[in-house]
Write a protein of this length. Structure first.
Length: 202
């Protein structure tokens, strides 16, 4: 088996190169918005699913501001496609953006940007979960999570990272086969609200 930690480290380094190249955080800062990196790049648990996640908040929220930011990011010719979903009338209360960045033709990154209203029930939730996961993560847990992610992607199974984190951190699952069994017996919910049972100091 390939050295998963080397693959993960290489992809993490590239993720941060892309973030700097696209000036994502700077663009939102110039629009008086807060841009938080979340998900697998933030926790260091990125392996081969090339995905970068941001949550954005604005004191003066507007659809126009959101489009302006994406327009600036998309001036980079490596952004090949942009997808948009308006969820402002849903519980999410956000504008959901998905940008496809072409590193090379065989390596397409998805950049997910959720522009969330401050009053959304989900505002700050993923940031808190991400911080909690990072705080409890051991080296053994990290290796197990990367291994299960790698196996799931090899089997072309669509699995949410949060489910893998829960299985490894809370249930001590340590193989892909055991994860599959655990997942089959797990009650499905629309959006997982799981987070590690640990207090984060403010």
């Amino acid at each position: 088996m390939e050295n998963l930690e080397n693959i993960a480290e290489s992809n993490l380094q590239k993720a941060f190169e892309i973030i700097r190249e696209l000036k994502i955080e700077k663009i939102y800062e110039e629009l008086n918005s807060t841009c938080n990196l979340v998900g697998s790049v933030k926790t260091g648990l990125l392996i081969s699913h090339l995905d970068i996640d941001f949550h954005v908040y604005s004191d003066e929220f507007s659809v126009e501001k959101s489009f302006n930011a994406i327009a600036k990011i998309s001036q980079n010719p490596k952004i090949k496609e942009v997808f948009y979903k308006n969820l402002l009338e849903e519980d999410d209360m956000c504008l959901e953006w998905h940008l496809l960045y072409e590193e090379v033709p065989e390596r397409i990154w998805t950049i997910d940007i959720m522009h969330i209203k401050n009053e959304s029930l989900y505002a700050g939730v993923i940031e808190r979960v991400t911080e909690k996961i990072s705080s409890v993560l051991t080296e053994k847990m990290k290796q197990t999570i990367l291994k299960i992610k790698w196996e799931s992607e090899r089997h072309k199974e669509k699995i949410f990272g949060i489910d893998i984190y829960q299985a490894v951190i809370e249930e001590n699952i340590d193989t892909f086969q055991d994860f599959q069994i655990w997942k089959q017996n797990k009650k499905e919910v629309g959006i997982s609200l799981w987070e590690p049972c640990v207090e984060i100091k403010q």
